[in-house]
Design a protein around this ligand. Structure first.
Ligand SMILES: CSCC[C@H](N)C(=O)N[C@@H](C)C(=O)N[C@@H](C)C(=O)O
Length: 349
């Protein structure tokens, strides 16, 4: 069954005759068009059209697997009215702005606009062989960049220096950076998303590096915390506790496991070390066309792991005024267990 066939089944289950897709990653997933933020797709029971503008005429004709209509709103909406008029049209409630919903209402007065969630995301949760190839390639590039830059993480170097070298290495290898690289040294380590700053890395510190590459639109995501000099006994204790939680959670990954139970396993281990209150985020998330996508590995998740999912396992502790540790692997759920895709070396402290 093609992705479009699967989507039409999901649309029928959701009770809509058509779907207006506006989430950029979903536009790409359904149409193949790589500039999803400048595209929309209308899917009906018998057709699908990619709408984008004249900047992308050639690109869309090369990439798209569905017919294209090149225009800008309001012409876009006028054209789509022929297919959408009189139908129950789903729109992506977690993406479409209120203003753009108003535009749809104005131009399609006889359509019923129905908020839907997760219809395309549901198709993206398990990866095809082609998608896995891209994610593996992205992770290989990130691993190589980390190995190349790791020796340069020394006292006297700024966080920004490290981030720039990592980005350069990934760009040279043919990838883009998946997100703004996090390099958080010393007390900055207490900020889970401490974007690289001009802070000079000091002696005897921990430095958290969270990075990913993007290849063909697919992302990787990995974190390593490295030691510069001889960090204090307390910092080493934090590191060992996080490493234990990370390794235990990775070892537990298998199909059928509830995402919430995996989060609980890591959280309980850190709580046993007196660090539960410092684990300030979820255990992990799915990775694909978005850096953060389903499944969410958090206490409130209803999701169950399935073969073909690519997830992160990334416990962390963040102690204000002291610093922090996060260790993150990218993991493929297989038929029998898991395969760790991120191979960059981990510190043993
Ligand atoms: C700005 S994208 C950074 C990606 C990073 N590797 C990451 O996933 N960090 C996690 C701490 C995170 O943001 N987790 C989310 C899913 C959360 O817990 O809400």
């Amino acid at each position: 069954m093609t992705a479009l066939d699967q989507l039409r089944s999901a649309m029928r289950r959701a009770g809509v005759d058509a779907l207006w897709i506006s989430d950029p990653a979903n536009v790409r997933a359904i149409s193949g068009f790589s500039s999803g933020k400048d595209g929309k797709v209308l899917v009906t029971a018998h057709g699908a059209t990619l709408y984008t503008d004249a900047r992308y005429t050639v690109q869309a004709s090369e990439e798209a697997t569905v017919p294209q209509f090149i225009a800008r709103p309001p012409e876009t909406y006028v054209h789509a009215r022929d297919a959408a008029g009189g139908l129950r049209v789903g729109f992506e409630a977690d993406h479409l702005t209120v203003a753009l919903l108003d535009d749809l209402r104005d131009h399609w007065p006889d359509a019923s606009l129905v908020p839907v969630r997760g219809l395309v995301h549901g198709l993206r949760v398990t990866k095809t062989a082609r998608e896995l190839d891209a994610i593996r390639a992205a992770q290989r590039i990130a691993d190589a960049a980390f190995a190349q830059v790791r020796p340069t993480i020394r006292p006297g170097v700024t966080e920004l220096d490290v981030a720039l070298e990592l980005e350069l290495a990934m760009r040279r290898a043919g990838a883009q950076s998946a997100f703004e690289i996090i390099v958080a040294s010393g007390p900055n380590g207490a900020k889970p998303h401490g974007v690289a700053s001009s802070r000079v890395i000091g002696d005897d510190e921990l430095v958290t590096v969270d990075m990913g590459a993007r290849v063909d639109g697919y992302h990787s995501d990995m974190t390593r915390t490295v030691a510069v000099g001889e960090p204090s006994a307390e910092l080493r204790r934090l590191y060992r506790a996080v490493l234990e939680a990370e390794q235990a959670a990775v070892a537990a990954v298998r199909p059928g496991m509830r995402a919430a139970d995996l989060d609980r396993l890591a959280r309980d281990l850190l709580t046993g070390h007196g660090l539960g209150e410092y684990f300030a985020h979820s255990l992990g998330h799915g990775v694909g066309l978005d850096v953060h996508e389903a499944p969410g590995l958090r206490a409130t998740s209803e999701e169950v792991l399935e073969p073909g999912m690519v997830i992160t396992i990334e416990p962390g502790v963040y102690v204000p005024g002291v610093g922090g540790v996060r260790i993150e692997d990218l993991v493929l759920v297989t038929e029998t267990g898991s395969e760790v895709l991120s191979l960059a070396e981990k510190e043993q402290l």
